[in-house]
Write a protein that binds this ligand. Structure first.
Ligand code: AMP
Ligand code: ZN
Length: 116
């Protein structure tokens, strides 16, 4: 747990948050500033600064979590597809320095613009 890390506080339940996903090493919850309805973040329970710091041994579990979050969006009718986005470093728009994967729902004709 890192001091003053918002995602550590959510992972440790110091700040309560409705979870849409949980397994041994990851949680999922809705982004507070969603790019689309249902925008989900998959977040490690442990503090890793970015994708570069997470051990490869957690790769399968992380992929499962991302796939489950995306499939839930599709199966619930919220999305026809989704984007998976990881920002690494401030130059790449990483604001929260605790590993998280964006799962962004997409629908035909939506106005989501990730690359401009
Ligand atoms: P990034 O730019 O990749 O670091 O994205 C950080 C994301 O975390 C942004 O999309 C924020 O809206 C989101 N975020 C920050 N604080 C919270 C919070 N307390 N609950 C949910 N999402 C948050
Ligand atoms: Zn943290």
């Amino acid at each position: 747990m890192e001091d003053d890390c918002i995602f550590c506080k959510i992972a440790s339940k110091e700040i309560s948050k409705d979870l849409v996903y949980e397994d041994e090493n990851f949680i999922g919850f809705l982004d507070i500033n969603p790019r689309a309805d249902g925008h989900t973040l998959i977040v490690s329970k442990k503090h890793y600064k970015s994708l570069l710091d997470i051990p490869n041994s957690l790769g399968n579990e992380l992929q499962e979590a991302v796939k489950k979050a995306g499939l839930d969006l599709i199966n619930s009718g919220k999305a026809e597809g989704f984007n998976v986005l990881v920002n690494v470093g401030e130059v790449a728009d990483q604001v929260v320095h605790h590993l998280h994967i964006h799962v962004i729902p997409r629908n035909d004709g939506d106005s989501v613009r990730l690359f401009s």
